[in-house]
Design a protein around this ligand. Structure first.
Ligand code: HDL
Ligand code: ZN
Length: 416
């Protein structure tokens, strides 16, 4: 159907964005086979590390006392501090309310015990179906760490994987803590030495290939500090050059770099204590130019890196930007980044990923992002309609499919 008016445009965009069954390219979710590594339910939702960091701003409870509390007590403190003693309009707080509302619970009642009862009556398997359906999610990509001993046990035992849960090989330890990784690899029978000579390189490649095959990993991913440089004289650089990039080509899987995280700026906050810094774009420019047969996905954590990342992505068909990562996953910044990306990259982006750690977060992270992407898309289509260009409804649906998943699958499928 030809779009002839602003109203028809709005309706067509909202319909396409609301209905697209999307691919979530980066999450920390797991199938139930991984036991309690799959987080779900209201107490996990309330003790999401974003909310812990925010709670600790308002209370003088010592960090160690908080960490010693049982999960339920932690959740009570978060609820009382952020939702009762203060209005919950931060994005992480608002997300909890969106979830409760979309699950049909009485948000105005503010009755935490009632919400707990609702979740207690659900089995996680039936809950996965409810959440995926409500969130409009077709499939998610997990973050799978071959250095996590609990996770390794599940992969080695083997399991019938739910097809909606795809895998990504996460190699932070290999690239950011080589000494530790070397000891770990040695203990698992890989003939590696601290010095990354040719036989160690070969063994690291074997390790990567085995795990990509075992997980059927769609890509290899790493989070990197703002100081990340490539090339440089470091173990990380050598492993990327001699191991990651060759295996990435051989297996035809992208290398995903998530750049800009400063781990543990407040160690007392544990996994809630990370910060960010402005990174150099030069490493991305160099990798994309020097390795044209490699495929790269890149997201950067600093708002200040977004424009240069978009410009770099204009220059290289082997680079796809993805998501509004972590501290950027807030309405004001999602809108700013999405506008910038549409204006510089058109339809060739992966608009968002959720980064969910708790299953039910899919409902709010995607609910909130869809609205913003739809709003920006309406503006962009409206601008071209004003010139006399016409748009078919199915062209909108085509574009929306691309930015919410097809671009990712096309990147995986292509060989450069
Ligand atoms: O490194 C990452 O993948 C980050 O997303 C961290 O896991 C971070 O703790 C997070 O959950 N961000 O949303
Ligand atoms: Zn993440």
């Amino acid at each position: 159907m030809l779009i002839k008016s602003e109203n028809e445009l709005r309706r067509a965009v909202e319909k396409a964005v609301d209905n697209v069954q999307l691919t979530d390219v980066h999450t920390h979710l797991f199938t139930p086979d991984f036991g309690n590594m799959l987080l779900w339910g209201i107490d996990e939702l309330l003790t999401y590390h974003y909310l812990i960091a925010e709670t600790m701003l308002h209370t003088d409870v010592p960090y160690s006392e908080f960490w010693d509390m049982p999960k339920r007590e932690q959740a009570n403190l978060v609820w009382d501090t952020l939702f009762i003693k203060n209005s919950p309009y931060s994005e992480a707080c608002r997300g909890v309310l969106t979830v409760l509302s979309r699950l049909g619970l009485d948000v105005g009642g503010r009755n935490l015990e009632e919400y707990r009862k609702f979740f207690e009556n659900l089995k996680v398997e039936e809950y996965i179906d409810i959440v995926f359906k409500k969130a409009g999610v077709k499939e998610i990509v997990m973050t799978n760490d071959p250095f996590d001993s609990d996770e390794v046990k599940v992969w080695q035992k083997g399991f019938e994987r739910d097809k909606r849960f795809l895998a990504a090989l996460r190699i932070d330890k290999l690239l950011n803590s080589w000494e530790e990784a070397c000891l770990d690899l040695k203990s698992r029978g890989y003939d590696v030495t601290n010095e990354i000579n040719s036989s160690t390189q070969k063994e690291i490649r074997r390790f990567l290939s085995e795990w990509i095959d075992r997980m059927n990993a769609l890509y290899m991913a790493v989070s990197l500090p703002p100081s990340f440089r490539f090339p440089e004289n470091s173990a990380r650089s050598e492993i990327i050059r001699e191991c990651i990039l060759p295996v990435s080509r051989e297996k035809n899987v992208p290398f995903a770099m998530m750049i800009g995280v400063k781990r543990g700026i407040n160690p007392e906050l544990k996994h809630a204590g990370d910060g960010l810094g402005k990174s150099g774009i030069e490493a991305v420019e160099h990798l994309c130019a020097a390795y044209p047969k490699n495929k790269f996905m890149v997201t950067m954590l600093s708002r200040e890196n977004q424009h240069e990342l978009c410009v770099t992505a204009r220059k290289f068909r082997n680079l796809l930007v993805f998501g509004c990562w972590w501290f950027l996953n807030n309405p004001s910044l999602i809108e700013e980044m999405t506008r910038m990306r549409f204006e510089l990259l058109g339809t060739r982006i992966i608009a968002q990923n959720s980064d969910c750690r708790v299953l039910v977060q899919l409902i709010y992270k995607w609910g909130h992002s869809r609205k913003i992407v739809a709003k920006v898309l309406i503006d962009k289509y409206s601008d071209i309609l004003d010139t006399g260009w016409f748009i078919e409804e199915n062209e909108i649906a085509r574009d929306v499919e691309k930015i919410f998943g097809q671009n990712f699958h096309d990147l995986l499928a292509c060989s450069l």
